[in-house]
Write a protein that binds this ligand. Structure first.
Ligand SMILES: C[S@@+](CC[C@H](N)C(=O)[O-])C[C@H]1O[C@@H](n2cnc3c(N)ncnc32)[C@H](O)[C@@H]1O
Length: 294
């Protein structure tokens, strides 16, 4: 295989010229030549046009001298080879450098789980669009309080209240529109975790119970922001049914799980609900969707 020969395979594997200490064998070097050959040949099969670039870079090593843009390209090729459906977004987006936000996020998520960074960032930004409005905020599906934290923080200096609804017993039973991904009781977490997460705030209330049982307690309130994040058809529909008419004009309705193949019921509920309403649903590449109340 010519590509592999060009990289010296079939001969001994050497540390590349980019290594900081080219004379020594790095402790994580791959010594088993057949493994290297298999890996290289697999890469060439999966990504024929870009395998050479990736192999060149990997042979040089990924020391500090390698530019960020090159690392990004390497990651893109590798991810594209392993999981072609995943498309890397543009290099050098500012939000990935927002240390304060990254610190907030890491506080709530398991180590290495960056799956909702973009959604949390989007939520945080969209909240700004409601700063000038009247009304409270409400979230259906509060879990450990990561998104509630952003809602409380954005309004910590105002007198509006963030109302948080959750069973704290996890998801209700998925129905026949919900697909097979979720199971009853998934994402169960004690309410105490929410209170811990929000310990620095006094501007929230938590309503433990199955949606929509406790919605009546806020029937006389109006809302500038509704966050629906319950993953399933029925509680999504119940949340929209109850809160839509209580959202003030210009207020935002953000649905966290609308654009996920794992949550078909959430999309279906929103599509059915808004079919008879004047608002248009805007789906974002993050998987979220939002609309602005008329
Ligand atoms: C994906 S989590 C919410 C995540 C949270 N918004 C965040 O970003 O940190 C979904 C939550 O919805 C709650 N939930 C799902 N179905 C429910 C129902 N029928 N009634 C009450 N809570 C429900 C679950 O207990 C879970 O905490």
């Amino acid at each position: 295989m010519s590509l592999l020969r060009r990289f010296g395979y079939g001969r001994k594997v050497h540390a590349g010229p980019g290594r900081r200490n080219p004379g020594s064998t790095p402790s994580n070097a791959v010594h088993d030549e057949s493994t290297v050959l298999r890996l290289a040949s697999e890469l060439q099969r999966l990504s024929p046009e870009r395998a050479e670039f990736l192999l060149t870079l990997l042979c040089r090593g990924l020391g500090e001298e390698i530019a960020d843009s090159e690392r990004y390209q390497a990651a893109e090729v590798l991810a594209g080879a392993v999981y072609p459906k995943y498309r890397f977004s543009e290099f050098a987006r500012i939000f990935l450098e927002d240390d304060a936000f990254l610190t907030y996020y890491e506080r709530f998520m398991d180590v290495g789980n960056w799956h909702s960074l973009d959604r949390k960032y989007t939520l945080d930004q969209l909240l700004k669009l409601t700063l000038h409005l009247e009304g409270d905020l409400v979230e259906c599906g509060a879990y450990k309080g990561a998104s509630a934290y952003l809602m409380c923080k954005a309004f910590r200096n105002s007198d509006c209240v963030v109302h948080l609804f959750d069973s704290y017993e996890g998801l209700s039973a998925p129905g026949n529109r919900d697909g097979a991904y979720w199971t009853k009781g998934a994402l169960q977490t004690p309410e105490a975790v929410l209170h811990q997460s929000l310990a620095e705030f006094h501007n929230y209330r938590s309503y433990k119970g199955w949606i929509p049982n406790r919605f009546g307690e806020v029937a006389d309130r109006r809302f500038r922001f509704l966050h629906v994040d319950v993953d399933l058809f029925q509680p999504t529909l119940d949340s929209l049914n109850f809160f839509y008419e209580r959202v003030v004009p210009g207020g935002l309705i953000l649905m966290d799980d609308y654009g996920f193949t794992t949550c078909p019921g959430a999309k279906r509920a929103a599509d059915e609900f808004f079919a008879s309403k004047p608002e248009r649903i805007v789906m974002l590449s993050t998987g979220q969707a939002f609309t602005v109340k008329r």
